[in-house]
Design a binder for this molecule. Structure first.
Ligand SMILES: Cc1ncc(COP(=O)(O)O)c(C=O)c1O
Length: 389
């Protein structure tokens, strides 16, 4: 079994002269999984008709349904509750478009929401006359504060809550079990955006009880880009329709999502290979390795003057830090710090602003070694950051 950390890096094609501490944004697909995808592409181009026939939900081979079944056990649900979509952005818009909304209805989000999902919610509000309610979660924060802030905003008009399971800029694992049950008590439907979750943390979707759950396979599950899933519970599955109407639209959820026109389905079909890769590395082993990195990286970052955005209990394999400044952060601060760390240090990392804070988020991963996080902290000590307080 390969040692995790720097030794595992050769399983990926990431350029060798840099540190990649931003797995969360786009994922990184291992060489072995890309080879499987390449073989699938060769099969597709060798006999397009036979290949595409297998994608259709009526096919006796059920290629897409087989993928859903292979994922289902890993995330605690049944294959019939899962549709495949291209990415979390598509999944979130699918939910927004599926739910009838009108004037007087409200959609609840937080100010940590991923930007494209928030924009999609705003657009849906413009089209339907619904309004957006944004729960503000100040940083640093805690689990009980997150619950309080969300529930304070969950008034009687709220029909749908769109919540991140793990937030993007602030890397917070929301207390979703408690949030789902409290929101359901208020008759509010819940869509959890788990774009970062599948592969980063253990998942049990049926027991979690969200109405919809969106998860990327191309981030932490190591699948090729363009692979994600949408879970719909029995109650909302009949409402849930694909954004694209195609031949099997009338079949409803999930079959209507399987074939959505001629496109490259090889990312979806490579998901079982990604799952095998992850199982060979050992999910528990990867999660333990990542958490050890988060702990070691946190010590180094705190020594460099950074302030954790939350207690460690709200962290999985990523952690965000506030970089204290003399004035509220502006977007150019984040861009210039990312550029500096890349240009001067060859460190790829995500830096953003949220609520006037300059946030730096590092991601652990099977291919990241502890010394890379030490190097990050040393670089911050050496160069500082814009308007450092
Ligand atoms: C919370 C969250 N939702 C949605 C997305 C969008 O994912 P994708 O670009 O795969 O659609 C991201 C991407 O980082 C995310 O962090």
């Amino acid at each position: 079994m390969i040692e995790l950390g720097a030794a595992a890096r050769k399983l990926w094609s990431l350029r060798p002269d840099a540190s990649f501490l931003n797995h969360g944004s786009y994922g990184a697909c291992p060489i072995a999984v890309l080879q499987v995808q390449q073989q699938l592409r060769e099969q597709m181009e060798a006999h397009p008709d036979a290949f595409m026939a297998r994608i259709e939900p009526d096919s006796p081979d059920h290629a897409v349904r087989d993928v859903a079944d292979s994922l289902a056990g890993f995330i605690g649900t049944a294959g019939t509750q899962i549709a495949l979509v291209e990415n979390a952005t598509t999944g979130a818009q699918t939910v927004l478009n599926s739910l009838p909304l009108g004037p007087g209805d409200q959609i609840l989000v937080t100010d940590h929401q991923y930007n494209s999902v928030r924009l999609a919610a705003e657009e849906r509000c413009r089209k339907t006359g619904a309004t957006l309610v944004v729960a503000h979660i100040p940083l640093p924060t805690t689990g009980s504060e997150i619950v309080q802030r969300v529930l304070d905003a969950a008034g009687p008009g709220v029909k749908l809550a769109l919540l991140d399971h793990i937030t993007s800029p602030s890397a917070l694992v929301f207390p979703v079990e408690q949030l789902v049950s409290e929101l359901h008590r208020r008759d509010i439907l819940v869509m959890l955006d788990g774009a970062h979750c599948m592969g980063q943390i253990p998942l049990g979707l049926d027991s979690l009880g969200a109405d919809w759950y969106i998860a990327n396979a191309h981030k932490w599950l190591y699948a090729p880009k363009g692979s994600a899933l949408m879970y719909a519970s029995g109650g909302v599955a009949p409402l849930t329709r694909p954004l694209v109407t195609s031949h099997f639209f009338a079949k409803g959820f999930p079959d209507a999502f399987d074939y959505v026109g001629t496109r490259d389905y090889t990312s979806w079909l490579s998901i079982p290979a990604a799952l095998n890769f992850f199982r060979e590395l050992g999910p528990e082993r990867v999660w333990n390795h990542n958490f050890r990195l988060v702990l070691a990286g946190s010590d180094a970052m705190i020594n460099a003057g950074a302030v954790p955005a939350s207690p460690i209990e709200l962290c999985a394999a990523m952690r965000a830090f506030i970089l204290p400044q003399k004035r509220p952060a502006i977007r150019a601060d984040a861009a210039s710090l990312m550029a500096l760390l890349w240009n001067r240090e060859r460190i790829q990392i995500r830096c953003t602003t949220l609520g006037g804070n300059l946030l730096l988020r590092f991601c652990a991963q099977a291919y990241v070694g502890e010394q890379e996080l030490q190097r990050l902290a040393e670089a911050l000590q050496r160069h500082g950051w814009p308007n450092r307080a």
